[in-house]
Design a binder for this molecule. Structure first.
Ligand code: FES
Ligand code: FES
Length: 252
């Protein structure tokens, strides 16, 4: 009986009784389990701890205020706290779930939208800063029920797998094509004193470098953008490009 109890409850003691000169699989497993328990302990404690109430007089609440956003040609009258990001305003308040949240810290481009013709990471900017601007999300790229040439090219070239990054890729590429048409240079443009004339694959890759695709559909994304560019006649008119904007992304 005592032996049974030892097996159930005193694994560490049993391990200690084993000669150090004879490392065993059992000792190794016990050590690993102990390390995992120690590593998990703070997390478990954090989960069960009651939230700490703010000290009297230090609670800071900022009341929501009216914010009107113009998105895809429609006006959205929202009540937002000043700290709400444009991404959260679009998804959680305006109900436009097409724009995706990936990293929420400006690193993946999943949240890319077009604001006054400039592509921006909507997770890095506050909604209140965009009142009065013309905002285009993926839901606004089609017009009258017809996909834009770029959207069609994405389908024809199989430029997505899971599709999570695709809204951001489409908004980014839509603005990219406008930027190129308006003569914006990139860091791979050979001579930035001259208007770039050829949207090479290198140009596309560089200009799309802010948009990550975890599925690795890059080759097809580049092919789709190239095809949309060569096909010309894009109706990607959502982008009213800021001519001074030469970067591939504005992280304002
Ligand atoms: S969610 Fe990743 S850049 Fe905004
Ligand atoms: S298609 Fe899956 S992340 Fe790009």
């Amino acid at each position: 009986m005592a032996r049974d109890n030892e097996c159930e409850h005193s694994g560490d003691e049993a391990a200690l009784r084993e000669p150090l000169s004879q490392p065993s699989r059992r000792r190794f497993l016990q050590s690993a389990a102990a390390a995992a328990t120690v590593g998990a302990a703070p997390h478990l404690r954090a989960q069960t701890q009651a939230p700490v109430a703010p000290a009297a007089g230090t609670a800071q609440t900022v009341p929501p205020r009216p914010v009107t956003l113009n998105v895809n040609g429609r006006s959205y009258a929202l009540q937002l706290e000043p700290r709400v990001t444009l991404l959260d305003a679009l998804r959680e308040y305006a109900g436009l779930m097409g724009t995706k949240k990936g990293c929420d810290r400006g690193q993946c481009g999943a949240c890319t939208v077009i604001a006054n013709g400039r592509r921006i990471n909507s997770c890095l900017t506050l909604a209140v800063m965009h009142e009065g601007e013309t905002i285009t999300t993926v839901e606004g790229l089609a017009s009258n029920g017809a996909l834009s040439p770029l959207q069609r090219a994405f389908i024809e070239h199989d430029a997505f797998q899971c599709g999570y990054c695709t809204p951001g890729q489409l908004c980014s590429a839509t603005a990219l094509l406008e930027e190129f048409r308006n003569g914006a240079a990139s860091v791979v443009t050979a001579d930035i004193r001259r208007r770039p004339t050829k949207l090479s694959d290198d140009e596309i890759r560089e200009r799309m470098s802010g948009n990550i695709c975890r599925c690795g559909a890059y080759a097809n994304i580049v092919a789709a953008i190239r095809a949309a560019h060569n096909g010309s006649g894009q109706n990607a008119s959502a982008a009213d490009v800021d001519h001074d904007h030469h970067d591939h992304h504005d992280h304002a």
